[in-house]
Design a protein around this ligand. Structure first.
Ligand SMILES: Cc1cc2nc3c(=O)[nH]c(=O)nc-3n(C[C@H](O)[C@H](O)[C@H](O)COP(=O)(O)OP(=O)(O)OC[C@H]3O[C@@H](n4cnc5c(N)ncnc54)[C@H](O)[C@@H]3O)c2cc1C
Length: 407
């Protein structure tokens, strides 16, 4: 039998696509013995499936790829995703921070909703534990060779995900398929990663969080970049949205600066001199108490800048003051390493966008070949943006295949 569509990969994007292809003849090939493992792991098992708000606000959450993602995201936006799940009996709920979850807070319910929809299509078939060996194309038909035999189709959709968190099945196979069929692949690396550093003082602050803090990154010969968001200090270094969402820009050896006090160096220096002028007999701790910073941070600033808390304000020399103010306004952190492939939540890089049409996600080189979800060179911020991309890209392709159904 020749299928209308063969989908390689039974993850978030592949299953959402299969659920939207009824009544076409569809085959989903999954290498694992379970479907949607990453979907199940998403949002710590609660599945942050999208984000609230206007879809236009999503575009800037995909690094440099705004112009590519906006076609699919606007074609099938966050409201459409919520509508889809709710119309299939799964109520969704939006948290105060904008993250959208199934009201049951169980990712398994998201997976089951998709599987039920696929089961409703009598022409859809899912095969698990399939080992793919080769993909061939003869101008009008794709042949997928596997350890369960050969399967033919008019349309082939690569939905194999990225190459991080590989214990869930994502080992970069889609890149090999894409390259064999003539496409370029942008070097893949871990995304949504935390920063490891060896600043013992800072590591003492594990568990401390900061709202809307500024972090700067400077590299020799490059303009300083500034990122804003919530920061979490951990036992190994820095995490939280401001780190995860911007980690695609960081590299080992980079120097980051944390602005613990929301003032420039110059303004805080002037503030210090003003306080010290009137309170020369008071200890340095007196000045720190005037700043809106957590108590746990205070000894760390003192230790890192080499200042003693008993020091009277009138005794603070210029070099000590300089270090002290610097650590409050631009605390330096050297990126020792980034979280590795094994625990990075997404992959940065993938099938080159230049070889794929942004409007329909069809290959520019091979008619009927599509790429959806994380296998493409698209990575979103934390907060539901990656699953939204998986769903939007899948629906875009579903509509294109149904419209153009090549028999
Ligand atoms: C721990 C964790 C938490 C996350 N939490 C969230 C979250 O809350 N919100 C959010 O938006 N995003 C989250 N993400 C990211 C999100 O899960 C992914 O971006 C999304 O699942 C990508 O969908 P996909 O279908 O492209 O790939 P996947 O869901 O990874 O699916 C790819 C599928 O292809 C299969 N496959 C691979 N190679 C082959 C092959 N050769 N043959 C057959 N099958 C193959 C894999 O086994 C897998 O089942 C999280 C990721 C992780 C790791």
């Amino acid at each position: 039998m020749k299928y209308d569509a063969i989908i390689i990969g039974g993850g978030a994007a592949g299953l959402y696509l299969a659920a939207h292809l009824s009544p076409l003849k569809v085959l989903v090939l999954e290498k694992n013995n379970r479907l949607g493992l990453k979907l199940l792991a998403s949002g710590s098992g609660q599945c942050n499936l999208t984000h609230g708000g206007d879809i236009k606000a999503f575009y800037s959450h995909y690094g440099e790829h705004k112009n590519f993602v906006k076609f699919s995201l606007s074609h099938h936006d966050n409201k459409a995703v919520i509508r889809y799940f709710e119309s299939h009996g799964l109520k969704c709920t939006e948290r105060e921070d904008g993250k959208v979850f199934p009201a049951t807070l169980r990712s398994n319910d998201v997976l089951e909703t998709l599987l039920n929809a696929i089961r409703d299509n009598r022409n859809a078939k899912i095969m698990k534990e399939v080992k793919l060996t080769e993909v061939l194309f003869d101008e009008s038909t794709y042949t997928v060779r596997t350890d369960h035999g050969d399967f033919c189709s008019t349309n082939l959709i690569v939905a194999t995900g990225g190459m991080t968190y590989s214990r869930l099945g994502t080992t970069g196979d889609g890149y090999v398929i894409a390259e064999k069929l003539g496409h370029r692949v942008v070097e893949a690396k871990p995304g949504l990663t935390s920063v490891h550093c060896d600043d013992r003082n800072l590591l003492e602050l594990s568990g401390l969080t900061f709202k809307n803090i500024h972090i700067s990154m400077g590299r020799e010969g490059q303009k300083t970049r500034r990122f804003t968001g919530d920061l979490l200090l951990t036992h190994f270094g820095l995490s939280g949205p401001v780190i995860l969402d911007n980690s695609r820009n960081f590299e080992k050896g980079d120097r980051l600066e944390i602005q613990f006090v929301d003032m420039t160096y110059e303004a805080l220096d002037r503030f210090f001199l003003g306080i010290a002028g009137d309170n020369g007999e008071k200890p340095l701790a007196f000045f720190m108490n005037k700043l809106d910073i957590p108590d746990r941070l205070k000894p760390v600033i003192l230790a890192s800048s080499g200042a003693k808390k008993e020091l009277r304000l009138s005794e603070v020399t210029k070099p000590i003051r300089k270090e002290f103010i610097k650590h409050l306004t631009a605390y330096p952190v050297k990126v020792q390493s980034l979280t590795g492939e094994a625990s990075a939540m997404v992959t940065v890089g993938g099938v080159a966008l230049e070889d794929v049409s942004a409007k329909h996600l069809m290959s520019r080189l091979k008619e009927g070949l599509y790429f959806i979800g994380e296998v493409l060179d698209i990575d979103g911020d934390s907060g539901g943006y990656n699953l939204q991309w998986a769903f939007s890209s899948a629906k875009t392709v579903a509509d294109h295949i149904i419209k153009n159904n090549r028999q």
